[in-house]
Design a protein around this ligand. Structure first.
Ligand SMILES: Cc1cc2nc3c(=O)[nH]c(=O)nc-3n(C[C@H](O)[C@H](O)[C@H](O)COP(=O)(O)OP(=O)(O)OC[C@H]3O[C@@H](n4cnc5c(N)ncnc54)[C@H](O)[C@@H]3O)c2cc1C
Length: 420
């Protein structure tokens, strides 16, 4: 616990998104003195703007398109699901090739197997922290609904539904009438649906991360404002500059989401992390229409998620440099479709929010020691599932740091897999 002054902790966690905050809680629970450091407020990075779905039901990650029509649509920039900045594709060509290889059916099955230990605990680990933090009020337990406009898209789901049955992951395939019974506010603009009943959604991801940070403070943890780019070694410590002066710690965890490479490169650690950018905007509703749960329009890659701020419309993926100017063309493409599907009202904010999903090509995060840096740990690359996997990552990381038996074999999430 904190002793005489705040300048030294046993461990510092850099990055107070959902991942870093969850790591900090689990470390504090194990009795360590912990400092959580961010350059802005808790939860204001990527963790602010997601679709809010705790997708413990995830089986296969999104894959590189195998269908030539889909690929041509993307290449011609007509796809609502994927957009790209042309020059950026050259920069990420090796990543895209690795993603293509990882998207072969046999590899997808392997990813599903390796990720299951994390996904199967995702909801329970959130429940454990939210229970202590008094944050259950942000949870909606009505699952989430995926809509399919074509028979082809629905038929392509067969391997996922089969595997879900084998793994005991609850879902209910529905026809149009069945889905409309669940969500009467939707228009009959689709043919099939699947209701993933075990998923939990969050009505305010920012408030949830803040509530988790408040719980961490009750456990004795402190939050400081500082820039992780100042991280360096000084004797046996890692040191970072904060607004209240330098902070030293024996160990450091980097949980910087899409910003991790900025610091890793300064330390000579190179990991093949790319970003898939995404946008959101909030809308009111017309005619008192309501959505009871998040809804995915599968072929168009957008989600309509009921949030405290309104209906949050999140887009698919944009391959572009993390800091390049926003180009929210996907919002323009999907908005007419979304308005037809559900009576969205006035737009709440003029400027769309832009975030960057931190992604490795194999769709697995890194939760491990950093290569060649003693006392440095990494919790990053959670891609489409950072909200989902934050708490389970926090637990696994704290178990590894404290030498406890890990909840599962952490090898699939090791940074060493990129050294081969
Ligand atoms: C449109 C969209 C929809 C999504 N939907 C979902 C969903 O429904 N479910 C789901 O599970 N996931 C979803 N995700 C993914 C999820 O949001 C991310 O995986 C997750 O937020 C990553 O969390 P993180 O803590 O790793 O990163 P972040 O939340 O980005 O946290 C990193 C922190 O590091 C800080 N930082 C950066 N640089 C520095 C520095 N130099 N010094 C100090 N601090 C620094 C930042 O301020 C930030 O707070 C979605 C993402 C997007 C973009």
């Amino acid at each position: 616990m904190w002793e005489v002054f705040l300048a030294r902790a046993e461990i510092m966690v850099l990055g107070a998104g959902i991942v870093g905050t969850s790591v900090a809680i689990h470390l504090a629970k194990r009795g360590l003195s912990v400092a959580l450091i961010d350059r802005q407020g808790v939860g204001e990075g990527t963790s602010y703007g997601n679709a809010g779905i705790i997708e413990g039901n995830t089986i296969f990650p999104p894959a590189f398109p195998a269908n030539l029509i889909d690929l041509a649509q993307i290449a011609l920039k007509r796809s609502p699901v994927v957009n790209y900045h042309a020059w950026h594709l050259l920069r990420v060509a090796p990543w895209l090739n690795a993603f293509r290889i990882a998207s072969r059916p046999v590899q997808l099955r392997e990813t599903a197997r390796l990720m299951r230990p994390l996904f199967e605990r995702a909801v329970a680990e959130h429940d454990a922290i939210a229970g202590e933090a008094g944050a259950e009020r942000y949870f909606n337990r009505r699952g989430w609904l995926k809509l399919y406009r074509t028979d082809r898209a629905f038929a392509a789901l067969a391997p996922e539904i089969d595997l879900a049955a084998a793994l005991g992951i609850a879902n209910v395939p529905l026809d149009r009438a069945g889905a409309l019974e669940l969500e009467p506010g939707l228009a009959a603009d689709f043919r099939h649906a699947v209701h993933w009943t075990g998923a939990v959604s969050v009505t305010n991801p920012l408030a949830l991360t803040r509530a988790y940070a408040a719980r961490y403070a009750v456990l004795g943890g402190i939050v400081l404002t500082g820039d992780a780019r100042t991280l360096h070694r000084t004797g046996p410590y890692w040191r970072v500059e904060t607004e209240t002066g330098p902070l030293d710690a024996h160990e450091a965890v980097l949980a910087l989401g899409p910003w991790a490479p900025d610091i890793l490169e300064l330390l000579g650690v190179r990991l093949p992390l790319a970003v898939k950018r995404g946008y959101h905007c909030h809308f009111g509703t017309k005619r008192n229409a309501a959505l009871s749960r998040p809804v995915l329009d599968a072929e168009n890659g957008y989600v309509l998620a009921p949030m405290e701020q309104g209906i949050r419309l999140t887009t698919g993926v944009e391959f572009a440099a993390r800091d390049a100017a926003p180009t929210p063309v996907q919002l323009d493409r999907v908005l007419p479709l979304a308005r037809k599907l559900f009576p969205l009202g006035e737009r709440v904010e003029v400027t769309p929010w832009l975030g960057a999903r931190p992604c490795f090509a194999d769709s697995r995060p890194v939760i491990s020691r950093a290569p060649r840096q003693s006392g440095l740990w990494l919790a990053l690359g959670h891609a489409h599932w950072g909200l989902t996997l934050g708490p389970v990552t926090g637990r696994l990381m704290a178990e590894m740091v404290s030498g406890a038996t890990p909840l599962c074999d952490p090898q699939p999430y090791s940074a060493d897999r990129f050294a081969r």
